[in-house]
Design a protein around this ligand. Sequence first.
Ligand SMILES: [Zn+2]
Length: 278
Amino acid sequence: MPELSEVRAHAERLNDRYAGGELAQFAALSFTALKTFDPPPDRAVGAQLAGVSQRGKYLLLGFGEVTYVVHLMQGGRLRDDQRQARRPRNGVARWVFADGRALLLSEAGTEHKAGVWVVGGDPLESEQLAGLGPEADTIDAEGLRQLLRDHPMRLHGLLRQQKQIAGIGRRLANEICHRAQLSPFQPTAKMTEQDASGLVAAMQAVIADDLETERARDDMSSSRQRPSAVHGRTGEPCSVCGDQVREVAYRAYTVHYCATCQTSGKVLADNTTSKFLK
Ligand SMILES: [Zn+2]
């Protein structure tokens, strides 16, 4: 799933290409595209795109009084639509501009979870966005210490809780834990001030590296193209210490880690009944 860095770099790219464009038409192409009914989705027709921005894992297409809030979920993409086919493959929604260009939201796969929320007024106050925590790369050491204290759980889980920290998903959580040399299963309540400082530094460094990679591209990367130290690298040597990268697989996702770098060499059992994981 695209996370903070992919979505932010893509918002910047779309903003460069489309800001100022006048909306000529908005069309929902699938039954699951629209997640709201008020204001009506064509309310922004005739308005100029003030800008494209990012909040957490969401893209925001702001047309003044109306904002389209887009979530790409797992397989969604928002791209230049050169063909503008009547029924584009995997099409979810389309924005056509007065100059003839168009943006197409598509979603590969069968989940049909990507969608568009049409929001009037301040989008940051909308139901989708108001409950998000601060952007992951804006949290400082004190803010993070507070989060760790207030939310006793496993570190990997807290990092992915959008209500506490916005923009981090499975890949960034794996990468940040590895960069900070912390176990993804570390109980947050037991983390020291030093752990928190290291975690903040790792969070900022991983996101900064990611943004640099994404900003150098013409389009959002696919998950295979994203650089990683541990994410998706089970069995490969750790780039820091040479030990092999290990995994703990859950039904919906996999935690990747290096035992030497992160768990004092302790290998965590690869099943969800392990006592370490409860
Ligand atoms: Zn290692």
